[in-house]
Design a protein around this ligand. Structure first.
Ligand code: FNR
Length: 192
């Protein structure tokens, strides 16, 4: 059984630590998880009018379709001003509409990983994001929590993870998430 996991990265920066963490997790993921980064940087800023008028931008429609068919959702995000970066909040909002047709619906297994060079590990962003995901009925893994701080020293110049204790922790996170996906999505697939 392989699960299709849509990975949303909350930074557009070329040298993003969050994207490096996403790539490290892709390499470490057990065979049951297929992680796929779904790009969010080209989604027009959400405005309800095109939805109400039945003319949503093609990028919104493609994003909604991609998220909607995922078995699980992984959010890897920086903290901006103690909250969720606007690009990720926009992706949350775009995917949640039109009303009654949220791409996030259906009780998908989720994971929230916050990443920062700072010491607090993006705690504020992590929990603000969880607030939206509660409403959207994404079933986020609660333990282990993943507030990844001090990440500036984790990667070499080629973007490879070089910190061994970080590698161990990321392995713990991805293995726990694989078990969580099996528990939530696996039981659902058996019923289907
Ligand atoms: C930040 N940064 C930041 N860091 C943090 O730990 N808490 C915060 O509240 C903020 N606020 C913040 C606001 C804005 C507008 C920017 C641009 C940055 C710093 C941030 O963690 C740092 O730039 C990371 O490197 C961003 O993640 P990526 O781009 O490396 O993935």
């Amino acid at each position: 059984q392989t699960y299709d996991i849509a990975v949303l990265v909350g930074s557009l920066r070329k040298a993003s630590f969050n994207r490096k963490v996403a790539h490290a997790l892709m390499e470490m993921a057990p065979p049951s998880l297929k992680l796929d980064i779904v790009e969010i940087g080209d989604l027009p800023i959400y405005n309800q009018d095109p939805d109400d008028e039945g003319t949503p931008p093609a990028a919104w429609t493609a994003f909604r379709e991609r998220v909607g068919r995922a078995d699980g959702l992984m959010f890897i995000t920086p903290e901006y001003n103690r909250s969720v970066p606007s690009v990720l909040k926009n992706a949350i909002d775009v995917g949640s509409r039109p009303y009654g047709k949220s791409a996030y619906a259906g009780g998908k297994p989720g994971a929230v990983i916050s990443v920062s060079p700072g010491a607090i590990g993006g705690f504020g962003a992590n929990h603000h994001l969880r607030q939206s995901l509660v409403f959207l009925d994404v079933l986020t893994m609660q333990q282990p929590e993943a507030y990844l701080g001090g990440v500036a020293k984790w990667f070499d110049d080629a973007g490879k993870l070089q910190d061994e204790s970080a590698r161990k922790f990321l392995q713990t996170i991805i293995d726990a998430y694989a078990a969580w996906v099996e528990r939530i999505a696996g039981s659902r697939k058996q019923q289907a």
